[in-house]
Each structure stands twice: as C-alpha cells, then as structure tokens.
Design a protein around this ligand. Structure first.
Ligand code: SF4
Length: 283
C-alpha cells in the first residue's frame, strides 16, 4: 500500500503563526497513523464549515465536503447515517459551531451520532477581519464592537455536557502532542466527540501569552463522572483569569444514533379495517 501525500499543493493563505497549521498537521499525523494501522483513508470524510478553518478541506488530501456556514454538523450527520462504516470528522469554527450552527451541535450531541467535531476556537471571526463570537470575552473590541462587547461568553464544554456529548475535551494549538492524543481519542470514541481547541488567531486575537501562563493538564483517570466534569468545565468560563484545564473532561459509553436508527423495508398498506374494505371495493 502506498501512503498518499496528505497535504495538497493548494496555495495556503493562512496567516503566519495561525493555529490552523497546528490542527492541520495534527490531523495529518493522526490520519497517517491510522493508515499505517490498516485504515483505508478512502473511508474517512472531512466536513468543514465556513471560516479560516474551512480551508482545511482544500489543504488536506482526503474526501471532503465544504458545507455552508453553521451546517457542517448536519452534513456530517447525514454522511454517517448514509454509510455508518465511514469515519466522519468535522472541522468547524467557534462562530460556525457556537453561533450559526449551535442548534445542530446540540442535537448531534443529544443524539450521540458517531462523528468527531474539532472546534477551531480562536474566539473571533478571523475570515471577516475580527468580529466578536460567542466565546469572545466580555469587552472584546473588534470591528463590530469598537467599544467592547457587552456580552459574556458561552462556555462550550458546559453546554456539550448538558447536551449529552459522550466525549468532551479541550486542546490548545501550542500543545500539539496532547492535541494529537485528544483527536485520536475522539476519532476512536464510538459516539459524539467534541474537542474545543483553543486556537491562536495570530492576526485578530493573539492569546498566546494569556494561554501559556494559565494552561495545565488534567490528570489521566476515570472520566465518567458527570458532576466532576461539570465542575472542571466551570473552572474557567472563557472570561476569567483563572487557570485553564486541558485534556479529556468526560467520556462515557452510550448507544449511538446510527445504531438506534432501524431501517425497515417499506410496508405495504394494511388492508384490514374500513380503509382496506374501501380499497378492495374500488379496485
Ligand atoms: Fe488564522 Fe486569524 Fe489569519 Fe484566519 S485571520 S488565517 S484565524 S491568523
């Protein structure tokens, strides 16, 4: 078997220092390992939304689908339901997943569809030059909020826990080995996996110093305690100055949506009863 080159020759237009490069090379490493272990990459599909992250569909040499803004998760759900043998990975932005596509994200988690969602959470709309998103901190000054946003940010990990996701993690683009481990774990997990990735936007919201002085790794061990996971997810609310936990917050086994969807052959109409008598009489 010849291993395929996983990075395409499409011109890369991400800014120098952008965290998207880390996620791209993490995916490349994970896919390459999967291929070496015998997985055919023809059975892997990448779905992206709209935003800087979405160029991943052009830059990675695997089956891919560019969805419209906020709709990557329902497209991925449809792909998985059509062929549950496929490994389906979604790359989405924080605006994409936590604003336009929020309802889809919640329902995918609620259903426990077996897909892996990587949220490139740079906490800003980078492609459109710096507007605030649902995870921007209070007071964030951008193109649409020159006086600072008056909104508190959303806590996506807490939201995913409440919605029923069965694999919930947070990574950081300055910690590639850990990210590799989390992505690998999410793909291997049977059920809905959401990995919120603190991604550096080098041009519009560079949080490198802020994150570097606050991140720490969660210890390994049992991750099935919902209340402990909630407590840990609330430790940093995407707005405060507290320390920021990285790693796997929660994981549990639960039947997947695709395994619960039973496809029965279409039944012929029942000819008993009043309608049946009517049909018989009029044939
Ligand atoms: Fe990356 Fe930000 Fe540049 Fe977009 S605008 S490519 S997210 S650094």
């Amino acid at each position: 078997m010849t291993e395929r080159p996983l990075i395409t020759d499409a011109q890369n237009t991400w800014c120098p220092g952008c965290g998207n490069f880390t996620i791209q090379h993490t995916l490349k490493a994970v896919l390459s390992d999967m291929e070496k272990e015998g997985k055919s990459l023809d059975d892997v599909v990448l779905v992206t939304g709209i935003g800087c992250h979405a160029k991943m569909a052009d830059y990675l040499n695997i089956n891919s689908f560019y969805a419209i803004h906020g709709r990557a998760v329902p497209v991925a759900t449809g792909i998985k339901l059509a062929n549950k043998r496929l490994t389906v990975i979604c790359c989405v932005g924080d605006g994409d997943a936590y604003a336009e596509g929020l309802d889809h994200l919640i329902f995918a988690a609620k259903r426990n569809i077996d897909i892996t969602v990587l949220v490139h959470n740079n906490r800003v709309y980078g492609l459109t030059t710096g507007q605030y998103t649902p995870t921007s901190p209070l007071g964030f000054r951008g193109r649409s909020t020159p006086s600072g946003t008056p909104e508190y940010p959303l806590n996506p990990l807490e939201l995913m826990l409440a919605s029923g996701a069965t694999y919930i993690a947070r990574g950081y683009t300055k910690k590639m080995d850990q990210l590799n481990h989390l992505v690998r774990g999410g793909i291997g997990h049977k059920g809905f996996a959401c990995i919120d990735i603190l991604q550096i936007c080098a041009t519009f919201f560079n949080m490198t110093d802020f994150y570097n002085t606050r991140v720490y790794d969660l210890p390994d061990g049992d991750k099935g305690d919902f209340l402990s996971a909630c407590q840990k997810a609330r430790e940093w609310d995407y707005n405060s100055e507290s320390n920021i936990a990285l790693g796997l917050f929660y994981q549990r086994s639960f039947p997947t949506f695709e395994d619960r969807v039973i496809r029965k052959p279409v039944q012929k109409p029942d000819r008993k009863g009043v309608i049946g008598e009517f049909l018989k009489a009029h044939q």
